[in-house]
Design a protein around this ligand. Structure first.
Ligand code: SAM
Ligand code: SF4
Length: 316
């Protein structure tokens, strides 16, 4: 599919739940989310039908996300079904990794061969503070389990938060010296619970280059600018939604757990897909592509995203 600005749209991110076993302070309220009724969430059959329609129209990459995708019961089976759709070239997942130790092997066998793991700090106390509920040890065990299962590449998503983890930029990047992982520093976006954060929290990814002048540029992959520390096994990625808009390379659609297709992360525009089948479903997907804006509105610590929903609902 091509949108009105000649971008090829071949990537669908599927949020399978808005629930989560963690409560990251920039993503979710401390008390968690009001539970959507089970009947409000797409069934596996519905998700598969939508994915098949999207693939018929040219989508080639699927990413499973949430909320925390691993808390959705039967997630391995869903992955197996999605991975078997003819035309799917790439099936991946974004997860906080806490449940991976028990699931990585099964996920790999179900077709999830690469994974993005969210990890904002290497300090146990800070990890508990930022996630409110989590354990760094669990996340690291999950990371290890993913590697042992054979998942590759493993990408680590680190949201850069001024005053919280900017002092850990060298230590986090250092992981790439020893392990063939891609450590991606992502600028905090003013969505949902991050929107009230003060200007000091919104650190441009340039701060990473200033802390690590030895980083060597290696090119770009999708929305990430890629670098390597001299002699390192892995790479450092910079994802800069605030300081460098990458709308020109946007190739994605996002499906919410309750069945809305979103043309743009930072717009509240949504195309409802629930109840549609066959040609009507395909037309609705094409409509979402047609409604992709050329670029999103201004985004900065003082100019909030127009997303209209929290990240755990949209899927990041
Ligand atoms: N629970 C899974 C996880 O944490 O990996 C998947 C869903 S989570 C919403 C997806 C990604 O969005 C995570 O890497 C998280 O750090 C990121 N994220 C959430 N809120 C964000 C914000 N305000 N700015 C930047 N990234 C954010
Ligand atoms: Fe949960 Fe992921 Fe949001 Fe953290 S970022 S609260 S792990 S959905």
């Amino acid at each position: 599919m091509q949108d009105l600005f000649c971008r090829r749209i071949d990537y669908l991110r599927i949020s399978v739940t808005d629930r989560c076993n963690l409560r990251c302070v920039y993503c979710m309220p401390a008390e968690g989310v009001a539970k959507q009724r089970h009947s409000d969430i797409l069934t596996f059959e519905e998700i598969e039908e939508i994915a098949r329609a999207a693939v018929e129209l040219g989508v080639r990459k699927l990413r499973i996300t949430g909320g925390e995708p691993l808390v959705r019961r039967g997630i391995v089976e869903l992955c197996r079904r999605l991975g078997q759709i003819p035309g799917v070239e790439d099936l991946s997942m974004t997860t906080n990794a806490a449940l991976l130790p028990h699931m990585a092997q099964d996920l790999y066998q179900a077709g999830v061969h690469r994974i993005n793991i969210s990890l904002d700090t290497l300090d146990e106390d800070k990890y508990r503070r930022i996630t409110r509920l989590g354990s760094l040890a669990d996340a690291l065990s999950g990371l290890r389990a993913a590697a042992e299962a054979g998942m590759a590449p493993i990408k680590i998503n680190t949201v850069l938060i001024g005053g919280f983890n900017d002092d850990e930029i060298p230590a986090l990047a250092d992981l790439t010296r020893r392990y063939p992982v891609e450590l991606r520093f992502i600028e905090l976006m003013p969505i949902g619970h991050a929107a009230p954060f003060g200007p000091e929290a919104y650190l441009p990814s340039q701060a990473v280059l200033e802390r690590l002048p030895q980083l060597q540029r290696e090119g770009a992959c999708g929305v990430a600018a890629l670098y390597r520390l001299p002699g390192a096994a892995g790479r450092v990625g910079l994802i800069s939604p605030l300081s460098h808009h990458f709308c020109g390379q946007c190739n994605r659609l996002r499906l919410t757990a309750d069945g809305k297709l979103r043309p743009c992360l930072h717009s509240s525009d949504e195309v409802p897909l629930r109840g549609l089948h066959g040609p009507a479903l395909r037309d609705a997907i094409r409509e979402a592509v047609r409604r992709k804006p050329e670029r999103h509105g201004p985004l900065s610590w003082s100019e909030r995203s127009g997303a209209g929903r929290d990240m755990n609902e949209i899927g990041g």
